[in-house]
Design a protein around this ligand. Structure first.
Ligand code: ADP
Ligand code: MG
Length: 243
């Protein structure tokens, strides 16, 4: 099982530090996805996509994220951050027995349409055995009026900042009061201009009782920025290349 972890967080106002990979939990030494406490549906999706060995950021963050903790993970581009949040999203909703009537359980926010599209594709691959509905809300090619009719029926929203705010502002009965888990990808970008104001607006409309996963390629997030996100005892994980 996935026991609550001890609390090894750094003091609140320290920058994101290095993880001591051996000190966290019974899963911190695991190297393979197959060793992690995942649903068979997720394991099958990973196996079929030929994902076997976890990357460093996945090894560092999954034990915490899977135990429901807020995580702030920094690791360079190409290090596998997408799976580090998609897997906990799938597991969270699966364990909650999230179904079609439950509506929006997860919101994943990306700074660009292209990244949102990549996240959506990865979700479709790894989540293929799950029954959740997911939607890509990125503006541009798709008609927002059509989107408004089904957005409340989606379980997982993958959005750009602008499009999500547009739904919050314009979609009648847009409903995310049951949100279980919020993910910000490229968090450092989203917390800065030009997204800053819109993101504050979005956050103010989300329930506080939720798990929050933040991932970024840099460690430049300030304590003030993070305070806006009302994290609960977050685990700060910085994974760096071996020299
Ligand atoms: P990041 O978001 O950190 O830039 P991505 O999540 O986009 O990185 O992953 C980069 C590449 O690594 C993708 O092609 C992805 O399929 C691959 N990848 C991610 N995790 C693993 C893994 N555990 N094993 C093998 N390849 C992986
Ligand atoms: Mg990424």
């Amino acid at each position: 099982g996935c026991n609550p972890l001890s609390n090894p967080s750094l003091p609140g106002d320290m920058p994101i530090g290095r993880i001591n990979a051996n000190s966290f939990s019974q899963y911190s030494g695991c190297k393979l996805f197959s060793q992690m406490p995942l649903s068979q549906k997720t394991k099958d999706g990973l196996h079929e996509a030929n994902y076997k060995v976890m990357t460093d950021i996945q090894r560092a963050s999954l034990p915490h994220a899977l135990c429901g903790r807020d995580v702030l993970g920094a690791a360079k581009t190409g290090s596998g951050k997408t799976l580090a949040f998609i897997i906990p999203v799938l597991e969270k909703l699966y364990r909650a027995r999230w179904g079609p009537e439950d509506g929006v359980g997860c919101i994943i926010i990306s700074p660009t349409r292209e990244l949102a599209d990549q996240i959506f594709n990865e979700l479709k691959i790894v989540g293929k055995h799950h029954t959740f509905s997911a939607g890509l809300l990125i503006g541009g090619r798709k008609d927002v009026d059509t989107e408004k009719q089904y957005v409340n029926e989606l379980n997982i929203l993958i959005c750009t900042v602008g499009r999500l705010l547009q739904h919050m502002d314009e979609t009648v009965n847009f409903e995310c009061s049951q949100l279980q888990i919020l993910v910000l990808d490229e968090t450092d970008q989203i917390l800065n201009k030009p997204f800053k104001g819109s993101l504050n607006n979005i956050i103010s409309q989300l329930p506080n009782e939720r798990q929050t996963l933040l991932f970024s390629a840099t460690q430049t997030m300030s304590v003030q920025d993070l305070a806006r996100l009302s994290l609960k005892d977050p685990e700060y994980l910085g994974v760096h290349e071996e020299a």
